[in-house]
Design a protein around this ligand. Structure first.
Ligand SMILES: NC(=O)c1ccc[n+]([C@@H]2O[C@H](COP(=O)([O-])OP(=O)(O)OC[C@H]3O[C@@H](n4cnc5c(N)ncnc54)[C@H](O)[C@@H]3O)[C@@H](O)[C@H]2O)c1
Length: 462
């Protein structure tokens, strides 16, 4: 191993043609040998900010949510920018003037020196960009939600699992870094509520819309509208899809089936993560959903979805539920008003109930006999360590151990469950689901809803 390393150092820097491949191999080898104690850590060899320690990153979607990544990305080499809106591309280029510019992400991803991709585009393109990037050997950070259909979630996860020894992935559920996530997990795992039985998460955001917006003239010259529509069925241009401020424009399009999955993929990604992080869940064996009457254009505002989650090695089988738009689980006590928690999670166990929002938690022992003697709080030395900055965790993972908290396996399964719930809502019945095949048993109409139909010329797994 040391011999190989010396050879690689000798041939550094590589020729331009082979740079992408060799760099990635080199960064990983260094991290590996550093961990094995055979050579000095990379930072000592070159200094933490030496060019050779930096990733070459493509940022796809350069305005809006992308801005939240600018600080972290500035520590690396942003070598490519892509946006379908020339003004937004210009916005990104002001921050990263040396990057090459693209309007079509399919061309951007082909740039040879790219090590890693950060995807901040609308939801209906996420799985495409994630797949195409992984298929070209790039690490991926993809904003939430990872997918817009059950099939998309499964294809992305399968591609990640094939490449997990080479690639670092992270879904943009950055609230995961809040230490309360660890505290909630510890309480559940350590038995503060006894045997966990039922877990719910909810969000109260409501964005009602009657249907797709009517045609409203030509798109502005700065916007490549056909590329914005991308793989989705065509809907005529309307400025209403672009009327939100930076980082909030997703609320102008994410409730339409062809562009998003409403609150299921939006705040559902963050809030179910608070619950899912504490239960080590696999795919559900059953799903059901009910809510607002079905609208073929728009996802429901009010909705509840229920899942049967199999047992694992530390807990029994449990029910997991998602509530939104005014639907809520029943409170365990009159004086715990769940309406006052805009986005939260509740864990019901044999001895108590834990209610949490992103930052705080409250433990409610059930009845007099739940005296908490069965529960031993952790000592300072055994609490789960803080994960630090969420985006930084991925950057470090790309350069080293590939480990992230919300990789495409964990987050892929979670969004698969959530999107299956939407299928159950549309099918109008409880579905029996086979996580191994990704098919519903005895329900062909539900199986039709597991996938989206794409416009000609767009390949999900290209
Ligand atoms: N993690 C979070 O807390 C958080 C917060 C806000 C948004 N988001 C997510 O970030 C994503 C973007 O949200 P937003 O509000 O910034 O949306 P947006 O509509 O502003 O789009 C973001 C950028 O992507 C560009 N874009 C659109 N289609 C593109 C394409 N095909 N190729 C390249 N660029 C394209 C847009 O022009 C824009 O500059 C969404 O998926 C959303 O769910 C996450």
């Amino acid at each position: 191993m040391t011999g190989m390393l010396i050879q690689m150092l000798d041939s550094w820097p590589p020729s331009r043609k082979t740079r992408g491949m060799k760099r990635r191999h080199f960064l990983k080898s260094l991290a590996f040998t550093g961990a094995a104690g055979l050579v000095l850590p990379r930072t000592k060899l070159f200094g933490a900010n030496a060019p050779s320690n930096k990733l070459n990153i493509a940022l796809i979607g350069t305005w809006g949510r992308a801005e939240a990544h600018f600080g972290g990305l500035a520590t690396e080499n942003v070598v490519a920018l892509c946006d379908v809106d020339a003004k937004h591309l210009e916005f990104g280029a002001r921050k990263f003037p040396n990057a090459k510019q693209y309007v079509d992400w399919r061309k951007c991803i082909e740039q040879k020196d790219i090590d890693a991709v950060v995807c901040c585009t609308p939801d209906h393109t996420h799985a495409f960009i994630a797949n195409w990037a992984m298929n070209r050997g790039k690490h991926v950070y993809c904003e939430k939600p990872l997918a817009n259909s059950v099939e998309e979630a499964r294809v992305v996860r399968a591609n990640y699992l094939k490449n997990k020894d080479k690639l670092a992935t992270q879904v943009g559920t950055q609230r995961h870094e809040i230490e309360n996530f660890n505290r909630v997990r510890e309480l559940v795992l350590d038995g503060a509520i006894g045997e966990v039985q039922e877990v719910s998460a909810w969000g109260d955001r409501k964005i009602p819309r009657p249907g797709y917006l009517p045609a409203a003239g030509d798109p502005p010259a700065n916007l490549q509208y056909d590329l914005w529509i991308g793989p989705s069925p065509f809907h005529p241009y309307n400025p209403g899809y672009f009327s939100g401020g930076p980082g909030a424009n997703c609320l102008s399009w994410n409730m339409y089936w062809d562009f998003g999955s409403g609150q299921v993929g939006d705040m559902g990604s963050h809030t179910m993560d608070l619950a899912w992080n504490a239960i080590d869940a696999g795919l559900p064996t059953a799903a059901e959903g009910r809510g607002d009457p079905f609208n073929p254009d728009v996802t429901p505002v009010k909705l509840e979805m229920h899942f049967d989650i199999p047992a694992n090695d530390w807990r029994q089988a449990i029910k997991v539920s998602w509530y939104q738009g005014g639907a809520l689980p029943e409170s365990p006590a009159r004086y715990i008003d769940l309406h006052k928690i805009d986005h939260g999670a509740m864990f019901e166990g044999s001895k108590g109930v834990l209610v949490a929002n992103f930052d705080t938690r409250v433990l409610y022992p059930l009845r007099g006999e739940a005296d908490l003697t069965y529960y031993k709080p952790r000592t300072k030395g055994t609490v789960l360590p803080p994960m630090g900055n969420f985006q930084r965790q991925w950057i470090n993972a790309c350069k080293g151990n590939l480990k992230t908290s919300c990789d495409f396996d964990y987050s892929g399964k979670m969004i698969e469950m959530m999107l299956l719930g939407l299928v159950a809502y549309r099918a109008g019945k409880k579905l029996s689901y086979d996580g191994a095949t990704g098919l519903c048993k005895d329900c062909s109409e539900a199986n039709e809803l597991l996938r989206r139909t794409y416009r000609p010329g767009w390949t999900l797994n290209g």
